[in-house]
Design a protein around this ligand. Structure first.
Ligand SMILES: [Zn+2]
Length: 391
């Protein structure tokens, strides 16, 4: 990424970014204000939108086709939610875009309202695209909390009966073309034992100690993969990882704890069967820990609940769609990134997906998030190449 020899994006893009950032669409908030503004903007260009809502009706996805909806299109996908700013030390108001030199600061400028702003600002050009393949906008809610909203959007696309040709996820990649990311799974494990006074330890079942043994097994699997798993050097961390991220349990030092809860995640390479790793952990709980616990307390139990499921993305590096996107991005690379995206879910739905968007993931989720003007300008060039039609 070049921080000095910068081009400038259009006034339309900057104005659109300002409007989008002004909606504080932190995942816990409603995104309806933003979605309705985008819907009205598109209506003004003669484009109708399909909205799909969450169970409470407080959040929505938007899907719109710039062109003939009965033709399979190319999807530009972006999530409308942003991560919180609570407790972060911002130099400016995070929900007001602030231009400083070659940068625009604001929550979501990189992740990923910059991409959405460029796509919307260039709607007139995308509408004029020659050929039969329309551009389609897919804006989702609740990506940052586990890619939740896009699942409803994908069900709605299936209802239309027209499967898109491919999807470009505009997460920040410095406008490089990314063809893959790891899968991310997270689980909550609840260990239930029997409490008693700590002077009578053998009469109780210490839930924290059994949880610790399970956590140790998670760690052992992680260490084994770090040594034995076949490497994919496209990733910074070229193997799958597991780790425990939270734990709670016990009420006092002199009480054998009855319950303990922890959460762990698995981030696995494309091609690694994560379910086998999870089964190994479950089998250890079922076959080795539980029998010992139940000899003392028959009510003992260990339960697992999956809390995050972001499937792996692994695009075909030689597919025509990949080459097309590399052409319009003027990027011959085929990179991998560490973070998860909605791309794996599009791929699961049978829609080829790639990631390419303005900004850097290293600026995302932090205070003073920014995007370089040059990155927005490069994204405009990308959209212009897309608008010019088939290669
Ligand atoms: Zn994002």
């Amino acid at each position: 990424m070049n921080a000095t020899a910068g081009q400038h994006p259009s006034a339309q893009t900057l104005a659109m970014l300002e409007r989008l950032v002004a909606f504080a669409t932190v995942s816990r908030n409603s995104n309806l204000g933003l979605i309705e503004e985008v819907r009205d903007y598109l209506t003004g260009h003669g484009v109708s939108s399909r909205l799909t809502y969450d169970a409470k009706g407080g959040k929505a996805n938007l899907f719109a086709t710039l062109g003939e909806p009965s033709n399979p299109g190319i999807v530009l996908s972006g999530h409308t939610d942003v991560v919180p700013v609570d407790g972060q030390d911002w130099a400016t108001d995070p929900f007001v875009t602030t231009l400083d030199g070659d940068r625009i600061f604001g929550r979501g400028t990189a992740d990923m309202k910059g991409f959405i702003a460029v796509a919307l600002a260039m709607t007139p050009e995308l509408l004029a695209r020659p050929g039969d393949t329309p551009i389609q906008l897919a804006l989702s809610y609740d990506e940052e909390v586990g890619c939740l909203g896009v699942r409803e959007l994908l069900r709605d696309i299936a209802v239309t009966g027209v499967k898109p040709l491919g999807c470009i996820i505009g997460e920040p990649t410095g406008m490089e073309v990314v063809i893959g990311h790891k899968g991310a799974l997270a689980f909550e494990c609840y260990v239930h034992g029997r409490e008693c006074h700590s002077s009578l330890v053998p009469q109780g079942v210490n839930a924290i100690e059994y949880a610790a043994r399970l956590i140790g097994r998670v760690r052992e699997i992680a260490e084994r993969l770090a040594v034995e798993e076949q490497r994919n050097f496209g990733f910074d961390i070229p193997h799958s990882t597991l780790q425990t991220g939270t734990i709670s349990g016990g009420i006092a030092v002199n009480v054998v704890p009855r319950s303990c809860e922890f959460q762990f995640d698995i981030r696995h390479l494309p091609g690694t069967r994560w379910s086998g790793l999870f089964e190994e952990i479950q089998a250890y709980a079922r076959d080795e820990l539980l029998p010992a616990m139940r000899r003392i307390a028959p009510e003992s139990r260990i339960t697992f609940r999956q809390i995050i499921d972001i499937p792996v993305l692994e695009a075909d590096a030689d597919a025509p769609f990949t080459h097309y996107v590399q052409d319009i991005a003027a990027s011959r690379g085929a990179h991998y990134v560490a973070f998860g995206t909605e791309g794996g879910l599009f791929q699961q739905a049978g829609i080829p997906a790639l990631i390419c968007g303005p900004g850097s993931i290293t600026q995302a989720h932090k205070p003073n998030e920014f995007v370089l003007l040059d990155q927005l300008a490069r994204c405009e060039t990308f959209m212009r190449n897309l608008a010019n039609g088939p290669a």
